[in-house]
Design a protein around this ligand. Sequence first.
Ligand SMILES: [Zn+2]
Length: 76
Amino acid sequence: MAHYVHEVKRAEGSMKTLENVEELAIYASACCNEEVLFERNDRFSLCPACERFCFWLYVEPVVSWIDLQEQELFTA
Ligand SMILES: [Zn+2]
């Protein structure tokens, strides 16, 4: 998946609970590997599996223009 490859570098920086989300994407908690979609300007939550503060690892970007197109189809 070409769109995935160029984003892989971001995985080296991990995010923590309560930090601001800088990019709409799927993230996985480092402790339980729970995958969650966070939106830009959200805050990283507690791990949904163990409910503790955790590190979040970048998994993959979410291509928002596809979401927008789908929303238009649903609301039309
Ligand atoms: Zn956990």
